[in-house]
Every structure is written in C-alpha cells, then in structure tokens.
Design a protein around this ligand. Structure first.
Ligand code: MG
Length: 277
C-alpha cells in the first residue's frame, strides 16, 4: 500500500469505533479531574488506566513495543512521549500534555490534552495558557477543515494558517498525525502543518488522528536519553492536543469527544453526526 492510500471504514465500523474513542475520552477526563500540583505522572497513569478498564477497554499504548504505560505525560519543555514516573511530581505553573489511547472491541482511540496548572509565575503562566489555547484552537481548525476538505493536506494548512496568526510559535514536523482503526497508527500520515502536495482524497470512511504539537519557541526537538521523551532544544514550553475523527457519508464525528465535537465545531457552522447504518 502506498503512503497515500488508506483503509476505508464502513459506517458500521465507525459506529464500532465509538466505544474505544469514548474510553480514551474518559481516561483523559479522569486525568483532567485529578491533575494538580503535587501529583506524580505515575499516579495519573494509574487513573487513566482505571478509567479505560472500567469501560471494558485496555490501554493501546501498552501494546506499543517497549512501552508499558497507559499515558504519555510531557511536562514544560517536553513535547510528546514523556514517560510517567513516581518521581515526576507536578508543580504550580507546569504545562502538561497527556496523551492516551484505548483499544476496545478490536478498535482504537487516540487523543491528547494539554493542561496548565495554576499558581505559576504570572508572566510565564500567561505565555503557557496562551500556548495551550492556541494549540487547542488549532486542532479544531484542523478538524473543521477536515469536515470540508477535498484532500487531506488541507488539515495541516488550516492548522498552520491559524497558528501563524497567533504569534511566534513552532509546529513540530518530525511527528505527525495518522490514520487509526484496527491499529492505533495506520496510513495515511496527517500533517499538522503545510506541506507540498494535496495528499490523499478525503473520502467517507477515512478515520484519522489529528495532533498538533506546538512550541512557544523553536520547533527543533531532541529525544532525551530515556529514548522516548521528545523535548524542545531551546527549552521553550510545548503543547500537544489530539482527537480521532471519522469522516462518513453524512459528515464527521469526533470519536474521542463525548459530544462528537458538537460544542467546539458549532463556531464553524459544522454539526457533527454519527453515520447512519
Ligand atoms: Mg496519535
């Protein structure tokens, strides 16, 4: 299969993917409710795993070779793939990105949130809160673009066009979104930034994870000696948000949002719907 092709999901299969998306959303909601200065990222990992198991799923991050945790927790200058640890205790003002995924009934969900903890240095807090908000809003720009796109690369164009209007931010290019389905990572790649070429056609049955990774400085990153953690070279703070989204005959549905994305997409005049079966 060429990189530009992908496996189409039927309407029934998209419906079958919804529980995995909701289990992923539940894990992140549980982490969001618990995250506070003084908690360790390993405690957050346990909270996410419990939420997934309660809904009958299992962590799909644990299925990634060499990885044994449910979440990635990336703090401050870490962008993605931070490893949970009992020794990583969160502090006031930390910007924390949590990435999680669930497998349920043989289907996968994948999503991420970024949270800024209260109580930091006011100037730094403002920078981090704006970074988190810009990144979150850029994701919804990308999702709204997907809803109307003829070709997949319109998603990254929309994300980058939005971000560049907000200030001096970097968008990671070494890491990208992806198709999702029976496997957490499938074709096609989904660029969170402008690329040459239109990319594959957006057709009913396309299910993708869009996941902008944005920094408050340079987009250059390094992998830390643990072999996983991706951090900014210049030490600037970073944010990462993600949703898994299905395209179908009647429109789109954000599988990892409990409301399918209705609230966030209303500003774009888009009403998400589940596919008819
Ligand atoms: Mg992903």
């Amino acid at each position: 299969m060429s990189r530009s092709e992908y496996q189409l999901k039927t309407a029934a299969q998209i419906r079958e993917m919804q529980p995995a998306g909701l289990a992923t959303a539940a894990a992140l909601a549980a982490v969001r409710a618990a995250i506070t200065p003084g908690i360790s990222t390993l405690e957050l990992d346990a909270i996410a795993e419990k939420a997934i198991i309660e809904l009958g799923g299992r962590s799909n991050f644990q299925l990634v070779p060499g990885y044994r945790h449910t979440i990635c927790a990336s703090i401050n200058d870490e962008v993605v793939h931070g490893i949970p640890s009992k020794d990583r205790i969160l502090s006031p003002g930390d910007i924390v990105s949590i990435d999680a995924g669930a497998e349920l009934n043989g289907w996968n969900g994948d999503a991420a949130i970024t949270v800024v903890l209260p109580g930091g240095d006011p100037a730094q807090q403002a920078i981090r809160e704006k970074l988190a908000a810009v990144t979150e809003r850029s994701l919804w720009q990308g999702i709204a673009a997907l809803a109307k796109a003829a070709h997949l690369n319109e998603v990254g164009t929309a994300i980058e066009a939005f971000i560049e209007k907000q200030g001096n931010y970097g968008i990671l290019e070494q890491y990208v979104g992806h198709g999702i389905g029976r496997n957490m990572h499938e074709d096609p790649p989904v660029y969170n930034y402008r690329v040459r070429g239109a990319g594959p056609k957006v057709k009913p049955g396309l299910v993708v994870a869009i996941e902008p990774m944005v920094t408050a400085g340079s987009a250059n990153t390094v992998v830390r000696p643990d072999g996983w953690t991706v951090a900014t070279v210049d030490g600037s703070a970073a944010a990462h948000v993600e949703h898994s989204i299905a395209v179908h005959e009647q429109g789109i549905w954000v599988l990892t949002a409990p409301d399918g994305g209705k609230a966030a997409l209303s500003a774009f005049g888009i009403t998400p719907v589940l596919p008819n079966i």
